[in-house]
Design a protein around this ligand. Structure first.
Ligand SMILES: [Zn+2]
Ligand SMILES: [Zn+2]
Length: 276
């Protein structure tokens, strides 16, 4: 089986409307793309910051600008009008765990994708709130990023740890620490081992300046050694990106001896054989 769980029906940006994303014709476009790519398990995980209710968790200016949709309408649409798995991509906001958990429990989700995009008010992957122009050293950013990822894993709120080395997203476009990056991974890998969270293999990185799958092979190999189940996704924001570059992901996974993928239903996880 193949999965694509980290999928957005709603494009980034504020110009589009809820109704343009959450309707039967749009879902059909994603379903057709999934069928063509041999993906049996298709789920959506909209960004938590698209929902008005997320402002109870965090009131970052970006969230205030983006939070226009109603999470209950989203959950109802996916459950009642589609055959998609219902997920949510939720930022880990340190110190806001209780409020985050309440939001997660609002809908009966199939899975929760946990993400770290922001460190404090600044983002590792977004030029409007760019941490890379803040004067911090790349060593400090990478250290804090993987420590925050570790905290996300051990928070217990998430089923899948999204794009685990997102901090590399800009590739040569931003400074990166010299030498072997593996020393930065350690806290996150320990947290993955301790928590049992599934690790996302995301082909989205291939569409970004870094042009690499998330996570790096060395990170993935260590996560597998720690016994982590793997969740495979494209982070598609349009139908054309569903199952994006899965051949490359399958080559990576098979090369590392992965034979099963994590599959989720009502937040229960099981493993299914990997393959088309
Ligand atoms: Zn993300
Ligand atoms: Zn995403």
């Amino acid at each position: 089986m193949l999965t694509d769980y980290h999928v957005h029906l709603r494009p980034d940006g504020v110009s589009d409307t809820f109704a343009n994303a959450f309707n039967a014709a749009n879902v059909e476009r994603y379903r057709e793309a999934a069928d063509a790519a041999g993906i049996a398990e298709l789920g959506v995980s909209e960004h938590v910051h698209r929902f008005q209710q997320s402002l109870a968790v965090w009131d970052h200016p970006f969230w205030r600008e983006q939070a226009v949709d109603d999470i209950d309408a989203y959950c109802a649409f996916v459950r009642e009008a589609t055959d998609l798995r219902l997920g949510l991509e939720v930022d880990f906001v340190p110190g806001r765990e209780d409020r985050t958990q309440s939001l997660i429990e609002r809908c009966e989700l199939d899975y929760v994708v946990g993400s770290v995009h922001f460190l404090g008010d600044l983002a590792v992957d977004f030029d409007r709130f760019d941490i890379w122009t803040s004067g911090r050293s790349p060593e400090a950013v990478w250290t804090r990023y993987f420590e925050t990822l570790a905290a996300a894993a051990t928070s217990g709120m998430f089923d899948i740890l999204a794009h685990p080395d997102l901090v590399k997203m800009w590739g040569q476009g931003r400074p990166s620490p010299a030498g072997d990056p593996r020393r930065y991974y350690e806290p996150a890998l320990e947290a993955i081992a301790e928590s049992g969270i599934a690790v996302e293999v995301s082909t989205a990185g291939l569409r970004k300046p870094v042009a690499e799958i998330y996570p790096a092979p060395a990170f993935l190999a260590s996560a597998l050694e720690a016994g982590a189940p793997i969740a495979l996704s494209s982070d598609a924001h349009m139908p054309e990106q569903v199952g994006y570059a899965y051949d490359a992901a399958l080559e990576l996974l098979e090369g590392l001896g992965v034979s099963e993928l994590a599959v989720f239903e009502r937040r229960q996880r099981r493993l299914e054989p990997l393959g088309r």
